[in-house]
Design a protein around this ligand. Structure first.
Ligand SMILES: [Zn+2]
Ligand SMILES: [Zn+2]
Length: 410
């Protein structure tokens, strides 16, 4: 991915209004403060307190402690609506959690929490949402209707979106549409990845134990060899994507873990494997699971082995509304005017619990290019040296604010 980046990354902020450019140093400062105190999912107490203190200071009405550490803020526009239709509500979602990774960056604002790091950029998402909140509160005359800003815990797992929705964050007043972004080191700074339809994949997981019968490595006829059975299972699972899924659709079945045996001359009685399944097409829900189970059952049956299978869903696919995606695209192209600009080929089989919000209301999740190899800021997400170009923070605020103006005023 990195090798395809252009030689000249644009740090041009001419598409960002002056007021947001002057807010930029503060946004960077908040991001760095949050970066120094990373917290895992549902334990984002300091982060939550930091957000709440800022909102309080700016006089923004908000509710804390939603789904443990989540916050929802509301800002009402003062612009006279052109019609009743203009009294709408747009939500902006930011995730606030970090990962169990020991940071290896040598920066002044390095993580101070042993073994925990903002290695996905959620510190940046939080700072962008705060910058947007501050700007909108100071410029309420530029929009009518209401902006709700949702600070969501635990995106990296077990997932804070669902409990926040259950707690009613999309109600009272009812949210008409939602937007959110992910800083994205798979794209260079100065680009935006946005598309209608599926952006990120549904995520499912499984764990399987093959129960054979152990014995002497020289006397296989007295055993049921779990290694031979497991090897066939791993191979046969590959046929789900190659033979059962329509080639026009995309799916992944990965067995990432396989353990069996203790010694070369001992036949192992059990083999354990675990894997992940990804797909975009919601019709695959249940279908791939059924194929996994049938393949395991059939192969075990033919060898006289038994099995235990656990299969569960994590997040559904992240699917953008075409109209909201077009709205984001149209404002983003005014903000990132580089030769690369808008990148519609940005789908990934990664997962996101923004998907739950998008199942409830039309919306758009998009990627904000944040890699800059010239500054050594191009490590992948979840890497101990992950970091991004903070120029993107101002672009993120500008895109959110333009979405607010375009959605709520038109
Ligand atoms: Zn992540
Ligand atoms: Zn993330």
């Amino acid at each position: 991915m990195v090798s395809t980046f252009p030689n000249n990354i644009s740090t041009d902020l001419s598409g960002v209004r002056l007021d947001i450019r002057s807010l930029h140093p503060q946004i960077i400062e908040w991001r760095r403060l949050i970066h120094q105190k990373p917290e895992l999912g549902f334990k984002e107490e300091l982060t939550s307190k930091f957000i709440s203190q800022k909102l309080e200071k700016w006089g923004i009405e908000h509710q804390t402690g939603i789904a443990k550490t989540g916050i929802v803020a509301s800002i009402k526009g003062s612009k006279q609506p052109q019609s009743n239709q203009n009294n709408r509500v747009l939500a902006i979602r930011a995730d606030i959690d970090a990962l169990p990774i020991q940071e290896l960056n040598e920066v002044s604002y390095c993580s101070q929490h042993e073994g925990i790091m903002h290695a996905c950029g959620h510190d940046g998402h939080t700072a962008i949402a705060l910058g947007t909140a501050k700007y909108l509160q100071q410029h309420r005359d530029i929009f009518s209707g209401t902006v709700k800003i949702i600070f969501q815990p635990a995106e990296e797992g077990p997932g804070g979106a669902k409990p926040m929705i259950e707690a009613g964050v999309l109600k009272n007043p009812n949210v008409d549409a939602i937007i959110g972004l992910h800083l994205w080191n798979n794209l260079p700074l100065g680009t935006v990845g946005v598309r209608g339809g599926a952006l990120m994949a549904a995520v499912e997981s499984f764990r399987c134990t093959i129960l054979g019968k152990g014995g002497h490595g020289a006397m296989p006829h007295q055993t049921v060899d779990s290694v031979v059975v497991a090897a066939q299972v791993v191979n046969a699972l590959q046929t789900i994507v190659s033979r059962n899924v329509n080639p026009i659709d995309s799916a992944v079945v990965t067995v990432g873990e396989l353990h069996a045996g203790t010694k070369g001359n001992v036949i192992a009685d059990t083999a354990r494997m675990s894997g992940t399944v990804r797909y975009f097409n919601p019709n695959f829900k249940g279908f791939i699971q059924q194929r996994v189970e049938k393949i395991i059952a059939g192969i075990c049956e033919s060898h006289g082995a038994n099995y235990d299978l656990d299969y569960w869903s994590l997040y559904p696919a992240t699917i953008n509304d075409v109209h909201m995606a077009e709205l984001v695209r149209s404002v983003a192209e005014e903000v990132v005017e580089t030769p690369l600009g808008i990148v519609p080929e940005c789908q990934t089989m990664g997962g996101e619990d923004m998907s739950y919000f998008l199942q409830e209301v039309p919306g758009c999740y998009f990627f904000l290019g944040s890699a800059n190899p010239q500054k050594d800021l191009a490590y992948p997400h979840h890497h101990p040296r992950f970091n991004f170009d903070e120029t993107a923070l101002a672009m993120g605020v500008e895109i959110f604010v333009r979405c607010v103006e375009k959605f709520l005023n038109s």
